[in-house]
Write a protein that binds this ligand. Structure first.
Ligand SMILES: [Zn+2]
Ligand SMILES: [Zn+2]
Length: 314
């Protein structure tokens, strides 16, 4: 979502009356397939021939850093939703490292996130957007295929992102951005570190991203229902910590512009904890939380929320 000057979210996709979220062609993508398959193969070789405590540690650390600081905070909460403000240099660092997740550059991430968001808010959308197909078919579609809409809305990204030379550069060179790190890892620890620090990290990030998307749109715990939306979000309870708070997806569908995603008692949100720490050092400000967002007529609370305070100050 881009943001109006009055603070109200403005959808980036412009409708022309002809748009249709259900008429979609899913087709095999050679580029994505080569990318994901080579990462899986590299991971397998790394596990078989180069397993060591150091390599595992580098994998865990780099995965945690790119997923939390960069995918969750940089790409998702900042660039896509503008849910907090920060200096441009910090945004650049977070978004740059977010491209290292291996899912795409800033424009690609905005497109893939927002087109799904747009489609899920419609009463009916294609199974691809809803993760409605079987586990394996969905894995195939999401990780090895691309989509083409018959009647697509038009993407209108805000100038500050679209015209930014740095974002244009990392968008064009997304995959190549792994190369300097691969060279560094090779110099420090040889092929083992490259396979664990690059291939295993990308393989786990890409697969994990799809898995959470799959489970977060099928069934599970809900506190909120978005009336009129064909696809609802669900909380994936076991994944709060490992997704840095992103798995409280029912909250995210209810309050997409909130920087805090884990809203209720027991909903761990490490991404939010990091933001609150940054805030103390004046690195981020204007953190948006549900009570600061414009109310949504279509939003309905369901069930009883035990321990809910919806206050989002901690
Ligand atoms: Zn969703
Ligand atoms: Zn989102």
């Amino acid at each position: 979502m881009a943001r109006h000057k009055n603070g109200v979210d403005k959808p980036r996709f412009i409708e022309n009356g002809n748009t249709d979220a259900s008429k979609v062609t899913v087709f095999w993508s050679m580029k994505k397939s080569l990318w994901v398959t080579s990462m899986y193969m590299g991971t397998a070789i790394g596990i078989i021939f180069y397993s060591s405590f150091t390599n595992l540690l580098v994998f865990l650390l780099t995965t945690a850093i790119v997923l939390c600081f960069d995918h969750s905070l940089g790409m998702h909460r900042r660039l896509i939703h503008n849910s907090f403000e920060c200096p441009l240099w910090l945004e650049y660092i977070l978004v740059y490292l977010g491209t290292l997740v291996g899912l795409g550059g800033p424009m690609t991430m905005i497109y893939t996130h927002d087109i799904r968001d747009w489609a899920q808010r419609k009463p009916h959308c294609h199974d691809y957007f809803a993760h409605r197909q079987s586990f394996f078919r969905d894995a195939w579609w999401q990780m090895y295929c691309d989509i083409q809409l018959k009647h697509s809305p038009i993407l209108d990204v805000e100038d500050r992102v679209k015209k930014d030379k740095f974002y244009q550069f990392i968008e064009r060179t997304t995959m190549l951005q792994q190369l300097p790190w691969a060279i560094l890892f090779y110099v420090i620890g040889g092929w083992g570190l490259v396979l664990w620090g690059i291939c295993a990290r990308v393989a786990v990030c890409v697969t994990g991203h799809w898995l959470i998307g799959y489970f977060a749109h099928r069934k599970g715990h809900q506190d909120w229902h978005v009336d009129g939306a064909g696809v609802q979000g669900y909380n994936v309870k076991f994944a709060g910590l490992i997704t840095f708070g992103e798995s409280w997806h029912n909250n995210h569908h209810a309050f997409p512009g909130s920087a805090k995603i884990g809203l209720y008692q027991g909903q761990s949100d490490p991404g939010w904890w990091v933001l609150k720490t940054f805030e103390r050092f004046k690195l981020v400000w204007n953190l948006r939380t549900p009570e600061l967002l414009p109310s949504r007529e279509e939003l309905r609370q369901i069930g009883e929320i035990i321990g809910s305070d919806c206050s989002t100050t901690a």
